[in-house]
Design a protein around this ligand. Structure first.
Ligand code: SAM
Length: 429
């Protein structure tokens, strides 16, 4: 058994107190939509890209105009199916991710107009932007659609590394994109950067970070490159090897990123993000409850965590038949729900114990006494009123956990879903 699986097994047994693997089972009617809370986020997945990046684990296919039109109709059909469950709720935010959502802005505009007309929506709209797929016209369109949060997938400003990542633009174009987006005065502009790229030096990383901050962005998301076993990059690395930083160097780099961010007036908002103090955040993955629409979209509310079918054609034909495109569902126990919540609060580097009590009607210290003692006793977190805040070492440890979670759980789940449109079950140990 690899060290990776061992770690997830230990965490499952000790923290989730669960002997058996986490189980996702085929959807029949095993989701109670009445448990959707009063406020809920909406996520819309757009699975189209002009090129497929070799490191990317997300569900995507090559763009095709005809399919994009059929997909738009399918999104509207899925939203209509969910209407009876959502019409009395408040939609608190809409995030549109991909893929490359800006490839089908006209179609998306109609989806957003319909959503505004049929649901109570008061909140921000966020969208992911691929540098080459945006121009002044599209930015004007985003504004017209009411988009206020933009996340630009720059990845790096280094031409050699952009080439390695299979990106179809160079530094100059990346810079022009940031300038264009910044001019448009969105409430939050985030830039996605990746580090731990082959032959990257510490100076290269510092250059990427300074460049982002020189543009006075609102948020920096800086991810370590994760080599998902299911991606073409994994094959390339197996064949040619990959020279990147070791764990000690990575620790130093994360410390340097934190220092540079503090100096520029940015707070740590999660293990991999920094935001302007009191500024708006682009945060599609850390919300407490959300409903996702589109192929591969995930939903989380009540005791349910479920995934739609990943196959785009299957998704389109399923909703055409008037049926929800849900593939597999994990019905969580109360303990699992708490652990899932905690997983994302650790990602945020801050556990609000008052919020924990509000949500679960239990005291955090009584429910997770070992974890609390472990975090405080080993200097991995400090207590500030009702909050436990992860320290630098705590955030580093969690960075390791999150990477392992990605290459084991996420990889297994997404790889199975991409291979088979309708799975009977997925078991994660
Ligand atoms: C949902 S993806 C959006 C990607 C968007 N389609 C693009 O290409 O710009 C969000 C971010 O996750 C990060 N990401 C994607 N694959 C990754 C990997 N294998 N390791 C680390 N970060 C990754 C990238 O920074 C990416 O911008």
């Amino acid at each position: 058994m690899g060290e990776v699986t061992l770690l997830t097994k230990i965490l499952r047994r000790v923290i989730a107190k669960k002997k058996d693997p986490f189980l996702f089972e085929a959807y029949d009617t095993n989701v109670c939509f009445a448990t959707i809370p009063e406020e809920i986020g909406l996520y819309i997945h757009i699975p189209f890209c002009q090129t497929l990046c070799p490191y990317c684990p997300y569900n995507k296919i090559l763009y095709n105009k005809e399919k994009a039109l059929a997909y738009q109709k399918a999104l509207l059909a899925e939203l209509s199916l969910l209407h009876e469950h959502l019409r009395h709720k408040n939609i608190s935010s809409i995030y549109i991710g991909g893929g490359t959502p800006t490839l089908m802005l006209d179609e998306l505009q109609a989806v957003l107009d319909w959503t505004r007309e049929k649901f109570a929506f008061l909140g921000d709209i966020g969208i992911e932007v691929y540098p080459q797929e945006i121009d002044r016209k599209k930015i004007a369109q985003l504004k017209e659609m009411g988009v206020s949060l933009v996340s630009i997938g720059i990845q790096t400003f280094n031409d050699r590394q952009l080439k390695f990542l299979g990106r179809s633009y160079m530094q100059d174009e990346a810079r022009r994109t940031v300038e264009l987006v910044k001019e448009a005065d969105f409430a939050c502009v985030d830039i996605d950067i990746m580090f731990n790229l082959p032959d990257q030096t510490r100076e290269d990383i510092e250059y990427d970070i300074s460049t982002c901050y020189d543009y006075n962005i609102d948020q920096l998301s800086i991810y370590p490159l994760i080599i998902f076993p299911m991606t073409p990059l994994h094959e390339m690395v197996k064949k040619n090897g990959l020279h990147t930083f070791n764990r000690f160097q990575e620790y130093g780099i994360l410390k340097k990123i934190a220092e540079m961010s503090m100096q520029r007036g940015y707070d740590k908002t999660s293990i991999w993000t920094y935001g302007k103090r009191n500024g708006k955040r682009y945060t599609s993955i850390t919300r407490e409850s959300f409903v996702g629409v589109g192929a591969s979209a995930t939903s989380l509310f009540g005791n349910y965590f479920y995934l739609n079918t990943f196959n785009v054609d299957t998704y389109i034909s399923r909703v055409k038949e008037g049926r929800l495109p849900i593939n597999v569902v994990n019905v969580m126990s109360d303990r699992e729900k708490m652990v899932f919540w905690l997983f994302w609060r650790c990602y945020d580097t801050s556990i609000d114990t008052k919020r924990f009590a509000e949500l679960f009607g239990r005291e955090f210290g009584r429910e997770f006494p070992l974890l609390e003692r472990f975090l405080l006793g080993f200097g991995l977190a400090g207590r500030y009123g009702d909050r436990l805040e992860l320290t630098g070492n705590g955030a580093y440890l969690y960075h390791l956990v999150e990477k392992q979670y990605s290459v084991t759980y996420l990889n297994k789940m997404w790889e199975s879903c991409m291979k088979t449109p309708w799975l009977e079950k997925i078991s994660l140990s």
